[in-house]
Design a protein around this ligand. Structure first.
Ligand SMILES: Cc1cc2nc3c(=O)[nH]c(=O)nc-3n(C[C@H](O)[C@H](O)[C@H](O)COP(=O)(O)OP(=O)(O)OC[C@H]3O[C@@H](n4cnc5c(N)ncnc54)[C@H](O)[C@@H]3O)c2cc1C
Length: 377
């Protein structure tokens, strides 16, 4: 294949695509808005799934390197009632199939696997336009442009490539996360460290809850979930960390102190992560020379699958392009025809999972899901 592939976005999806293309000898350039690999901390732990993330890493020839990043014992799961009662306490006995890694380390592994210069940092796309005959022009924030015969939007929720294919825009899902961390928790926050245990903690109730993961060196990475309108969050000044922390913690009055401490005693400034989704059946008519992957294609409710699917999309698109070296359109058609139903099914499942976590039956609906118990209404 002689077409040079232009990928927008050096997230996990775009980098997996670049790596698989590299293995097949297909030239690619990734344009990334961030100015360097370390410009932003990359978020918390990801469990890499047997049916999506792991096959993608195998296709990328990186499964052994990935295994070296796995944080042992982190597949333990605890579910606590708001009053601190332990409802589920599953140890990591080594038989679970979705090992946990740090997102930043996974991304760095992918970056290290690419030839120098593949990623062009500090290239924020401001617009894209069709030139005809399957070619597209990409404009960057500094006014420079490139034109390409194959453009892939791997630029996440607010993709600048998506408008070439679809009018859909993400909509607020009615809830947001507030993210913080507790450092050296076994020494400095022992009650919260004990509540989280050695892996993941879920302490949930209808419309609110805590998700916390134990990372390296006693760091607890915390997501506070609250179902509130955007205006409610907009009234909180997150630039004033102390006041924002107090305001969010107030929503958990009456919860066990080791749980409220997960926000109240946060060592990092709380960061608001507003959550958006595209329509579940988001798809588009095939347009020559351009496609999307990952969140750009199918941003959905948080369900622990988004990063896994983005990598899987990247691997599958790379495989399809390698399988049809003389026919880019055949490759894009094959990729999209499989990706549309795959991502729609995952998004629909995500809604069910979301309901188990935060719906009217929480936390017992979550307990039932984790224990395989059927509760009669
Ligand atoms: C709080 C939170 C927790 C999550 N937890 C999990 C989890 O546990 N497991 C899981 O599987 N998924 C999780 N997800 C979902 C997951 O983060 C996403 O689905 C995944 O990151 C999508 O990967 P991507 O490569 O498609 O996009 P992204 O990771 O968003 O990468 C897009 C890249 O494009 C770049 N970019 C954006 N705009 C431009 C532009 N205009 N020009 C150039 N570059 C641009 C960005 O800087 C970024 O590097 C979580 C999401 C959130 C918000």
């Amino acid at each position: 294949m002689t077409t040079h592939v232009t990928i927008i976005g050096a997230g996990l999806g775009g980098l997996t695509l670049a790596r698989v293309l590299h293995l097949h000898g297909i030239p690619a350039t990734v344009y990334e808005a961030e100015v360097s690999p370390t410009a932003r901390t990359q978020g918390g732990m990801l469990d890499i799934h047997e049916g999506s993330g792991q096959p993608a890493l195998r296709a990328a020839g990186l499964i052994d390197e990935f295994r070296g990043l796995v944080l042992e014992g982190r597949q333990a799961i605890r579910v606590l009632d708001p009053d601190g009662t332990v409802l589920v306490d599953h140890a990591d006995d080594g038989t679970r199939g979705n090992p946990e890694v740090l997102r930043g380390e996974l991304r760095q592994m992918l970056l290290d696997s690419l030839p120098a210069g593949t990623v062009r940092w500090g290239h924020k796309v401001s617009g894209t336009r069709a030139l005809g005959a399957g070619r597209h022009e990409v404009t960057f924030a500094d006014g420079s442009t490139v034109s390409t015969g194959l453009l892939v939007g791997a630029d996440g929720a607010w993709s600048r490539v998506r408008p070439l294919l679809s009018r859909a825009a993400p909509e607020y899902i009615g809830m947001s996360y507030v993210e913080t961390c507790l450092f050296d928790a076994d020494t400095r926050h022992p009650a919260s460290a004990k509540a989280v245990g050695s892996g993941s903690l879920f302490a949930v109730a209808p419309g609110k809850g805590f998700l916390a993961h134990r990372e390296r060196a006693g760091t607890l990475h915390v997501y506070v979930m609250l179902a509130r309108p955007r205006d409610w969050f907009a009234a909180i000044d997150f630039a004033d960390s102390a006041a924002a922390t107090v305001r969010i913690a107030q929503e958990f009055d009456g919860w066990a102190p080791e749980l409220t401490a997960l926000i109240a005693d946060g060592d990092a400034a709380p960061v608001l992560r507003s959550l958006y989704a595209l329509p579940i059946e988001h798809r588009w008519e095939r347009q020559p020379g351009v496609t999307l992957l990952g969140d750009a294609a199918h941003l959905s409710l948080p369900n622990g699958e988004g990063a896994n699917l983005a990598m899987y999309d990247g691997a599958e698109l790379g495989r399809a392009l390698a399988a049809h070296p003389e026919d880019v359109e055949a490759a894009l058609t094959e990729y999209e025809q499989a990706m549309f139903p795959r991502s729609a099914a995952a998004a629909a499942e995500g809604i069910q999972v979301h309901e188990m976590f935060y719906g009217a039956g929480a936390p017992h609906s979550l307990v039932d899901m984790l224990t395989g118990h059927e509760r009669t209404p």
